[in-house]
Design a protein around this ligand. Structure first.
Ligand code: BEZ
Length: 262
């Protein structure tokens, strides 16, 4: 898969994901409600991770397939949910045509570059009248965290990598334009702040950086990384530490779009 930050080239750690970042799928259950899966519907869960939401979708009686680019995530998902249909696969190269009644995607599309190509593939994978239902990072997502990473790395003479190489956080207008360009009809789009509480009240930002920020520390010797991460966390104390917890400054796009019948 192209792109340095593509999920396939990131070393996803299923243990860390499940133990410290369970909010990803807990908060995603509202997106499953929006999907409103029905008995017998064919659904693709794109970026299924460890399969928690795939299993929730299956409870409705839908015929769901979970796909993720990370073999480690899929292997964990298979262990946890042996009854699920799970495949390792690339969102940029979906092999399906007119196959699914719905494509569901939680906290994944912002990792996919070029996003337009993924939306084209999703469109093709849907039956006419099928729907794309999902949530992803939107404009200004994690902007405080990114600002602190930049300030600290630059203060230490380290190069700051361009976050645009690994993530895309489109504005509502830009994202609706992309959906339309792929042929979708946009039915629902919400853009909202979703500050998210980290489980560790002491080192919540360091935890987040360990799980998701590896790209920015790639060329920094391992022994220098923790002190830098602690300094980044310290810099965020005034803005992201509230009521004794660390909060990640997520901004979300939540959406439903359909493939027109004709
Ligand atoms: C997000 O869910 O918005 C996100 C997660 C990890 C890195 C960047 C964004």
């Amino acid at each position: 898969m192209p792109g340095p930050g593509n999920p396939a080239t990131i070393s996803w750690n299923p243990d860390l994901y499940q133990s410290r970042h369970s909010y990803v799928f807990q908060l995603g259950s509202g997106v499953v409600d929006l999907l409103d899966p029905k008995q017998g519907e064919k659904i693709l869960d794109l970026g299924c991770g460890t399969g928690v939401l795939t299993a929730k979708i299956r409870e409705s009686g839908a015929d769901v397939t979970g796909m993720d680019p990370s073999e480690r995530m899929i292997s964990r998902a298979k262990k946890q949910y042996p009854m699920l249909d799970l495949v390792v696969g690339d969102a940029l190269d979906l092999p399906y045509r007119d196959r699914f009644d719905a494509v569901f995607s939680n906290a994944t599309l912002h990792w996919i570059q070029p996003l337009q190509r993924a939306l084209d593939g999703i469109f093709k994978a849907l039956v006419p009248g099928g729907r794309l239902v999902g949530e992803m990072g939107g404009k200004d997502n994690i902007s405080r965290i990114m600002g602190a990473i930049r300030e600290v790395l630059m203060a230490h003479g380290k190069a700051m990598k361009d976050p645009g190489e690994i993530w895309i956080f489109p504005s509502p207008a830009a994202f609706s334009g992309m959906l339309e360009q792929s042929g979708f009809r946009l039915n629902f789009l919400m853009y909202f702040d979703r500050d998210t509480r980290m489980e560790d009240p002491k080192n919540g930002i360091v935890d987040w950086l360990d799980m998701f920020g590896a790209y920015f520390f790639r060329e920094i010797p391992l022994h220098e990384q923790l002190p830098l991460k602690l300094e980044i966390q310290e810099r965020l104390r005034g803005s992201l530490l509230r009521e004794g917890s660390w909060w990640i400054d997520y901004k979300r796009l939540r959406f439903v779009a359909t493939k027109p019948k004709s």
